[in-house]
Design a protein around this ligand. Structure first.
Ligand code: DP6
Length: 326
């Protein structure tokens, strides 16, 4: 009744921001991401009859906000297995938690995969998608490798997630410029709800999104880097324009985030195949072709306020760690 799973975080190039159903945690937009090999969440779950409630330690500390959503995922797994045992969950990230590096995505992907394994369940992939999505709308994407599409359109009221491009087919690289390791003031969950309720731009975001997604998918089909670059930066800035136009405003960038954006735009204007994306936090992710990674890393490291850079290649979907033989 114990298992460990590992998941990589992911970064969306065409983003999810806003829900159509908060109860089912259904995204109002589909999304297209890449799975970030090189960064890991490792989660161990043990179901135990001695426990009186579910317990979570995240990076060694109790986390009340993650707790409620975790119990929701665990309840679904318990229902599948027909058990009522509580679980002890220990999760650790090897990158800053809650600072816009998609730790909730890798966290809920690893939780779902570890929980199913600990209960001896062999669930269909789209059921793992549904359960992990109850934890976080970006989590299903961390169940899959490479370029990943979360589709909200083809099955109303549900989400379907799949790899659209294996890592080796188009080996993009992502260099993360960390500009702060502080936990963000407003979570994605709270931020996107207030954008829906209190930005005049929300409807425009949702109505213009299907075209961005269709174009993003076709960039992957054609491996068209420069078209993807323009599109992903547009979609990212559109999401941040929506966030900034929310009342009260959501401004996730630091001065160094903006300096990194401008540096990446200048590099691309100089012919370097790179573009940026930024999630609900101050870190910048520079997506590049492998031949550009040394130039991009060096440029980002030279920017005042960049604390460190993290190198990622495209990674695998979440997996169960084999049990070491005694
Ligand atoms: C900006 O998946 O963290 O990273 O479903 O409420 O847990 P919840 O939100 P979450 O939001 C991710 C927002 C984003 C964009 C993206 O990853 O698509």
């Amino acid at each position: 009744m114990r298992a460990t799973a590992v998941a990589h975080p992911n970064v969306a190039l065409i983003k999810y921001w806003g829900k159509s159903d908060t109860e089912k945690n259904l995204p109002a937009t589909g999304s297209l991401s890449v799975t970030l090999g090189g960064l890991h969440t490792r989660t161990t779950i043990e179901f135990n009859e001695q426990l009186k409630q579910d317990q979570l330690l995240l990076d060694g500390k109790a986390d009340a906000a993650a707790d409620l959503r975790m119990v929701r995922c665990l309840d679904e797994l318990r229902q599948h297995a027909g058990v009522s045992l509580f679980a002890n969950v220990e999760s650790a990230n090897d990158f800053p938690t809650g600072a816009g590096l998609a730790s909730s995505a890798s966290g809920f992907a690893a939780l779902t995969v570890a929980g199913a394994a600990a209960l001896g369940l062999s669930l269909p992939p789209q059921e793992l998608v549904r359960i992990s999505r109850l934890g976080s709308g970006s989590a299903p994407r961390s169940l899959f490798a490479g370029g990943v599409w979360l589709d909200i359109a083809s099955s109303p009221g549900e989400t379907i997630c799949s790899t659209v491009s294996e890592p080796a087919r188009w080996p993009l690289e992502v260099i993360v410029a960390v500009t702060s390791v502080e936990k963000k003031a407003v979570s994605s969950t709270a931020g996107m709800e207030s954008s829906r309720a209190a930005s005049p731009y929300f409807d425009g975001w949702v109505s213009s999104h299907p075209q961005d997604l269709a174009d993003g998918l076709s960039c992957f089909t054609d491996k068209d880097f420069m078209r993807l670059a323009d599109l992903a930066e547009h979609n990212c800035l559109k999401m941040h324009a929506l966030a900034m136009s929310t009342r009260p405003p959501l401004l996730y960038w630091s001065p160094a985030t903006l300096a990194c954006m401008q540096a990446v735009m200048q590099l691309r204007a100089d012919g370097v195949p790179v573009f940026f994306t930024v999630d609900a936090g101050p870190q910048l992710k520079a997506v590049c072709l492998p031949e550009a990674s040394a130039t991009v890393r060096e440029r980002l490291q030279s920017i005042p306020g960049v604390l460190q850079t993290l190198d990622c290649t495209l990674g695998q979907g979440a997996w169960v760690e084999p049990v070491a033989k005694a």
